[in-house]
Design a protein around this ligand. Structure first.
Ligand SMILES: NC(=O)c1ccc[n+]([C@@H]2O[C@H](COP(=O)([O-])OP(=O)(O)OC[C@H]3O[C@@H](n4cnc5c(N)ncnc54)[C@H](OP(=O)(O)O)[C@@H]3O)[C@@H](O)[C@H]2O)c1
Length: 244
């Protein structure tokens, strides 16, 4: 077994369970349970995929967590209950109204090749970030052309919205439904209907959506951008947007 797989299995066995418990311990708005349930497919059910996906399960959405080794996700879906299930990436794409992309950025060329036309018309919430040391040459492509634009080029025909990439996984686990002022969650996209769906799904995780602009504006809250890791209320986030 590759070291990365071992590390991930350890994570799913221990770390993710701890985050799921943290997620369960926090209050959630009952109103979100009344909102229309979306069938969500998670691609990349590691730290960020399992944490954000877990928040959607808690909000009442059916979520298919996918992996290249779906059997390894058994502890995660058992912990989350009946709205959670595990499957392959192809099953997640087929199952979903909305996909949540949470793989290393370097996985995009392979995802593009393996599922060529399956992305057409799908709303994809893209939480990936690109780092040279991990993701290789595609990082330069994302830097040159914009990270959201690059994702959309690989996932041909997808309605890409950048979301859930701007802060660390531990903060998503601890800061959702924050009392005294929800934390702002920046999103960016070109498709108005997809942005509306993304905004509701941000609300359902216990954050307040802040539309930063079109997909080309997503670099503002990606690594290296001025709004990356700006954790505060939506109002404070909007002030920072205006100031830059
Ligand atoms: N961790 C954070 O704090 C954080 C915060 C914001 C954004 N992000 C971004 O979110 C993404 C995921 O980060 P993470 O920390 O959650 O990583 P992670 O824990 O390593 O999880 C990534 C998952 O992606 C899957 N994967 C890898 N290569 C794949 C491929 N070729 N095709 C399909 N699935 C593949 C792996 O699942 P299988 O091996 O089971 O298939 C793995 O569990 C990254 O782009 C990261 O930069 C992370």
């Amino acid at each position: 077994m590759r070291p990365a797989s071992i590390a991930r299995r350890r994570w799913l066995g221990a770390g993710a369970a701890a985050l799921v418990l943290a997620v369960r311990a926090q209050p959630g708005p009952s109103a979100s349970r009344e909102a229309a349930a979306q069938r969500i497919g998670v691609i990349g059910s590691g730290r960020i995929g399992s944490t954000v996906g877990g928040l959607w399960v808690k909000a009442g959405h059916p979520v298919l967590f996918s992996s290249r080794h779906p059997e390894a996700l058994k502890p995660l879906v058992e912990e989350l209950g009946t709205l959670a299930r595990a499957g392959t990436v192809a099953e997640a794409i087929a199952f979903s109204d909305v996909l949540f992309l949470a793989t290393p950025y370097g996985a995009l060329p392979q995802l593009s090749r393996d599922h060529a036309d399956a992305w057409r018309g799908k709303i994809v919430l893209d939480a990936t970030n690109a780092y040279e040391h991990r993701d290789g040459p595609i990082t330069e492509e994302a830097r040159r052309d914009g990270i959201g634009i690059t994702t959309a080029r690989y996932l041909r025909g997808a309605r890409v919205v950048r979301a859930f990439n701007f802060m660390g996984v531990a903060q998503f686990a601890s800061e959702h439904h924050r009392r005294g002022g929800l934390v702002g969650g920046p999103i960016a996209g070109d498709d108005k209907a997809a942005l509306d769906v993304a905004a509701q799904l941000v609300r359902d995780t216990g954050f307040e959506p802040v539309v930063v602009g079109p997909l080309a504006g997503a670099d503002r809250f990606a690594p290296g951008g001025p709004l990356f890791r700006q954790v505060g209320t939506a109002e404070a986030f909007r002030r920072k947007m205006g100031a830059r």
